[in-house]
Design a protein around this ligand. Structure first.
Ligand code: DAS
Length: 359
């Protein structure tokens, strides 16, 4: 036995073994999906001073290649490569950055050597980016937006598994044609419905109509599918949008002055999202101002500061009479995204209301 372990393989046998291993890897690589990770920053790329810093850290520090290296298991499920699109905390996203990211996603989705796309992103505006891509990128390929609530340097960091889940879903044929997806905390959610509901826990994200599914140990479990228009079903195409319309949000409360709405319009807003109390209610002292702004061509869209439910048309306000729009179940920040996209190609309030019913 001893002699056998000391046996030196002739060089040709070593080469054969190496070729076999390489061939196996090639075969394996050919079998695995090709997933591109577009990194934009956020906590998932964050770093804290100590492992105890789960909430105080600096976002947008770790580059995409290091992120990929930090989860070697990614190589078991996909052929992964990364691109650093931005390195920012997501509260610093802008319309211009949304367009730049969306156009890159669209271009990659058209490549035959790309099976799925993951976007690593800060959690603060993750829901806005996910909805924007859901509205404008014409592909059936899985697009998965992912973030984390703790930096990778913290005990029980959630980013590694969130990223692994995102890559699995992005490489999954059964994730195709479901619109843009978000994988956080073992859930698979629709980019349309997801929102950040808690600002400091790992179960921060939820969808009021429920997740589409779950992912557990690299396996997807689906329970429902989106019913609203998205991706290839959308009339909005990122490749034909060069600018998003200026749309602003006014957060309503007892004592809210009409001047805030006038200021938004004076600043060039083409539409104002009213983040109303209750069911999108409007204070009696504000109604005349909104009527005046509507008469000047500014679209008035009633959303609600209340996190769940949906705004009813002609309930709290005579929307037909005032020619206003209701945001349906979209929260103010998502209503802004839809209005900014829609106003890039439509103008009538009737058409905008249709869009809010359909998307
Ligand atoms: N500031 C947050 C952001 O970048 C950090 C995070 O939660 O990702 O959205």
């Amino acid at each position: 036995m001893k002699e056998e372990t000391n046996h030196v393989y002739p060089l040709w046998k070593k080469l054969a073994r190496a070729n076999l291993a390489a061939a196996a890897l090639t075969v394996a690589a050919a079998e695995k999906p090709n997933v591109v990770i577009l990194a934009t920053g956020g906590t998932i790329a964050g770093a804290g001073a100590t492992t105890a810093n789960s909430a105080s850290y600096q976002a947008a520090k770790v580059p995409v290649d290091k992120l990929i290296m930090s989860v070697p298991e990614l190589a078991n499920v996909a052929n992964v490569r990364g691109e650093q699109v931005f390195q920012i905390a997501s509260e610093s996203f802008t319309n211009e950055r949304l367009l730049e990211l969306g156009k890159r996603v669209s271009a990659l989705s058209k490549q035959t050597d790309v099976d799925g796309i993951v976007i690593t992103h800060g959690t603060d505006t993750l829901e806005e980016t996910a909805y924007f891509l859901n509205l404008t990128v014409h592909t059936n390929k899985p697009i998965v937006v992912v973030g984390s609530m703790r930096p990778g340097t913290a005990m029980s960091a959630d980013g590694m598994l969130n990223l692994y889940d995102a890559v699995v879903v992005a490489g999954s044929p059964d994730a195709r044609a479901k619109g843009v997806l978000v994988t956080m905390n073992d859930q698979i959610d629709s980019g349309r419905d997801i929102t950040k509901a808690i600002n400091i826990k790992t179960n921060a994200f939820s969808s009021q109509w429920g997740s589409l599914g779950m992912i557990v140990e690299g396996k997807n479990y689906w329970f429902r599918a989106p019913v609203k228009r998205h991706t290839i079903q959308s009339e909005f195409d990122i490749d034909k949008i060069d600018q998003l319309a200026p749309v602003e949000i006014v957060y309503a409360y007892g004592n809210v002055p009409a001047s805030l709405y006038e200021g938004a319009a004076a600043n060039g807003a083409k539409a104002i999202i009213h983040a109303g109390t209750g069911n999108g209610s409007v204070a009696d002292r504000v109604v005349p101002t909104l009527q005046k702004l509507r008469a000047k061509g500014v679209q008035i869209i009633r959303s609600a500061r209340v996190p769940a439910g949906f705004v009813l048309r002609n309930a709290e306000q005579p929307d037909d009479k005032y020619d206003w729009v209701v945001a349906h179940d979209l929260n103010p920040q998502k209503a802004r995204i839809l209005a900014a996209v829609a106003l890039s190609q439509i103008t009538s309030s009737t058409e905008i209301q249709r869009v809010f019913w359909e998307y």
